[in-house]
Write a protein that binds this ligand. Structure first.
Ligand code: ADP
Ligand code: MG
Length: 206
């Protein structure tokens, strides 16, 4: 296995932006280069997290409060950080996570309008203050385009276009705030063109 400092990569962006597709390609690419890679998905990735994920995404739970949703997502994260992410980084693996803290800020903050400062306070408790991704890909796409691409309609995908537009703008604001960490890619391009941008960024690090 090749050596590198602990490396935590996240993919962010709307439903249908191409996160799962690009993560598969990035995983293959890094494995070909000889790295040990672990891919995780938020919410979920642990037994407890997958159970909570079902509650969060269940179509029939229309009465769920934004605060409840926030705390459920953070509960999943508490579990995945402790059980999977931190130990794997310590073992020298590259960890790729499908959504992380930026999604919470974009969806529950910008989307559901919970103050960002409150989210950040609780979030610090969950990740013990210190787990920030080394590299984040923000796949940026018009929500109308993303929803057309995705087949699955769950509780969140039923939300109005306005909600999804706030989320999109939220991701871009967050990326602007942390330019060094965040790499925004126009996800309306072909799968190959997006993958090329991802590879270029990975080549700069590995
Ligand atoms: P996400 O994980 O962000 O929801 P997916 O990777 O599952 O997105 O992609 C959703 C759908 O869109 C899939 O059918 C995928 O093949 C397709 N897709 C992904 N990236 C692109 C792209 N750049 N152009 C066109 N279709 C895409
Ligand atoms: Mg996906």
């Amino acid at each position: 296995m090749r050596k590198h400092k602990p490396y935590f990569i996240t993919f962010e962006g709307a439903e249908g932006a191409g996160k799962s597709t690009q993560i598969r390609l990035a995983e293959q690419y890094l494995k070909q280069k000889g790295y040990s890679v672990l891919v995780l998905r938020e919410p979920g990735g642990t037994r407890i997290g997958e159970a909570i994920r079902k509650v969060i995404l269940n179509k029939s739970r229309k009465e769920m409060r934004p605060e409840t949703e926030l705390l459920l997502y953070l509960a999943c994260r508490a579990q995945i950080v402790k059980e999977k992410i931190s130990p794997s980084l310590q073992q020298g693996k590259i960890v790729i996570c499908d959504r992380f803290e930026d999604s919470t800020l974009a969806y529950q903050g910008f989307g559901r309008k919970i103050p960002l400062a409150s989210i950040e306070v609780i979030s610090k408790l969950v990740v013990r203050g210190s787990l920030v991704p080394d590299l984040t890909f923000v796949l940026d796409l018009d929500p109308r385009c993303g929803l057309k691409r995705g087949g699955r309609i769950d509780r969140i995908e039923r939300e109005s276009y306005l909600f999804h537009d706030r989320v999109r703008k939220g991701f871009l604001r967050l990326a602007k705030r942390e330019r060094k960490r965040c790499n925004v890619i126009d996800a309306a391009q072909s799968i190959e063109a997006v993958a090329k941008k991802v590879k270029e960024a990975l080549d700069r690090v590995f």
